[in-house]
Design a protein around this ligand. Structure first.
Ligand code: NAD
Length: 499
């Protein structure tokens, strides 16, 4: 769609240097409500020219004394204020998210109410960021390090949790003294454009926080290859991540990648079967499986297999699918038609590869519109088929039996991803052993999908690199400067006279 149709749909412009600007080509595109499959607002279709404009604005703001000379304490205060304003509008922002990506209002409400905690956490860290004095091995030298911001940060996010995934980048980037250009997913831009309305009210100078909207081509591409961008924080799929790394390498921008996973829940024979089943269900059917940490594989010990499987199937076949804005709904639609088609393809593939379809596997009856799919469980005898190895990003669980601890560690690690692992066992020593042996950035024992601003997230392999959240995320947005001071009163000898 290149022109605004004569409708009353809301129209969003881009937020640049504290102002709302139209895209340079005047074009907008539609954003769809996954529950109805209908468009509900228009988003500005940014161009390479717009990206250049917004990056220059962010760069000017970075150099401007109003921001550059602010103390860490003052920056922390602004970040805290932004968190407080988000808390006031949490309910409304949650509704924007649900309308845009189809996730349950119940889940988004919970996420949005918790989101300010991330701003408060980083605001609290602001005046604890410091360098150190080094016990240098040279007489008459006083040497210290200081922490400095990097410059313009490009933050690129996917559609599944737009505000949460933006916050993980925005709060530490600001506390560290950077300025930021955020490019949300073209599928879910509205909630962020609502959130940035609070930036000015919080007291940030113009240009410190900016939003450019549009598609990967040209917006994502020109943003990640822009010479003034010093840091790229990307969350999305591995294929896009490869473009991002290639682009940012042109200018040696520092990069972190938060990508997908094929995360397993491992259930040992001494686990509480009902708890494990609930953890598995929350891990894969929460958010209709559209979560980077979706527990899409379940390894069940043969001695507990039937019991856990029974609870799983009983509960999953009762899941209430429906309008995500209704409080009683337990599973909403997928975020896009493309995503629905992708899930359908994987289910066909699973059947063709010899997986046994236990429940689900199709669109639910009774829905004339919207991108709904049933919660689906497959049984497999091994971890070799494509649906047990590739990320689906939908409500499809693969269940696989195992007998030995060594065997299940090998099965859990037999993927190119390395994001999250769930371990279900009452044996603490075993939980520690397995937690150490699995390849993952996050391990949950007798719980799944727990998050906190204090705990870092991230992975290895196809799941990316770098960490978001927690104290260490601050270092991802800063660099050290070392300062040498000669305190000697002696004159400096001629460097060409050998001593
Ligand atoms: P995606 O990779 O298609 O898109 C992510 C973002 O990248 C979007 O904003 C998109 O417009 C942008 N983009 C596309 N092409 C680009 C380019 N050439 N240069 C720069 N940017 C470009 O991902 P998606 O489909 O929106 O989201 C699903 C993926 O995100 C899944 O793989 C999922 O596992 C992953 N994810 C990871 C985490 C995590 O924290 N590890 C969280 C959520 C989602």
């Amino acid at each position: 769609m290149t022109e605004l149709a004569a409708t009353n749909l809301k129209k969003y412009n881009m937020y640049v240097n504290g102002e709302w600007i139209e895209p340079s080509n005047g074009e907008y595109f539609q954003s769809y409500n996954p529950a109805t499959g209908e468009p509900w607002c228009y988003i500005a279709k940014g161009t390479a020219e717009d990206v250049d404009k917004v990056v220059h604005a962010a760069h000017r703001a970075f150099l401007n004394s109003e921001w550059a000379n602010m103390t860490f304490t003052e920056r922390g205060r602004l970040v805290r204020k932004l968190g407080e304003l988000i808390a006031e509008r949490a309910e409304e922002l949650a509704e924007f998210e649900t309308r845009d990506n189809g996730k349950l209002i119940r889940e988004m409400r919970g996420q949005l109410k918790y989101l300010p905690e991330f701003f408060y956490y980083y605001a609290g860290l602001a005046d604890k960021i410091h360098g150190e004095t080094l016990p240098i091995d040279k007489r008459d030298m006083f040497v210290f390090t200081s922490k400095e911001p990097l410059g313009v940060v490009a933050a690129i996010t996917p559609w599944n949790s737009p505000l949460y995934l933006t916050t993980l980048k925005l709060a530490p980037a600001l506390v560290a003294g950077n300025t930021i250009v955020i490019k949300p997913s073209e599928v879910t831009s509205a909630s962020l454009l609502e959130l940035v309305k609070l930036v000015e009210e919080a007291g940030f100078p113009p240009g410190v926080v900016n939003v450019v909207t549009g598609f990967g081509q040209p917006v994502g591409d020109s943003l990640t290859s822009h010479p003034l961008v010093r840091r790229v924080a990307f969350t999305g799929g591995p294929e896009t991540a490869r473009h991002v790394v290639r682009n940012s390498s042109e200018n040696f921008a520092k990069v972190t990648l938060e990508l997908g996973g094929k995360s397993p829940n491992i259930v040992f024979d001494d686990a509480d079967p009902a708890n494990a089943a609930m953890g598995i269900i929350a891990g894969i059917f929460g958010a209709s499986g559209q979560s980077c940490v979706a527990g899409s594989r379940a390894f069940l010990h043969v001695d507990i297999y039937d019991k856990v499987m029974q609870i799983l199937v009983d509960r999953v076949s009762q899941i209430k699918i429906g309008d995500p804005l209704m409080d009683e709904t337990e599973m909403g639609p997928l975020a896009t038609k493309t995503q629905l088609e992708r899930v359908e393809k994987y289910v066909d593939l699973g059947i063709n590869e010899g997986g046994k379809l236990i429940t689900g596997g199709k669109k639910p009856g009774g829905f004339k519109q919207g991108w709904y799919f049933e919660p689906t469980i497959f049984e497999h005898t091994n971890n070799k088929s494509r649906i047990t190895r590739e990320e689906i990003f939908g409500p499809v669980l693969s269940v696989i039996p195992f007998k030995e601890e060594e065997e299940v560690i090998q099965l859990a690690n037999s993927t190119d991803y390395g994001l999250a692992v769930g371990i279900w066992s009452k044996d603490g020593a075993r939980a520690h052993r397995v937690a150490k042996a699995v390849r993952a950035g996050i391990v949950w024992v007798n719980t799944y999908r727990s998050i906190s601003p204090i705990a870092p997230i991230g992975g290895s392999g196809l799941s990316g690199f770098g960490r978001e959240g927690g104290y260490e995320a601050i270092n991802e947005y800063m660099q050290s400067k070392v300062v040498w001071i000669n305190t000697s009163t002696e004159s400096i000898p001629d460097p060409f006279i050998m001593r």
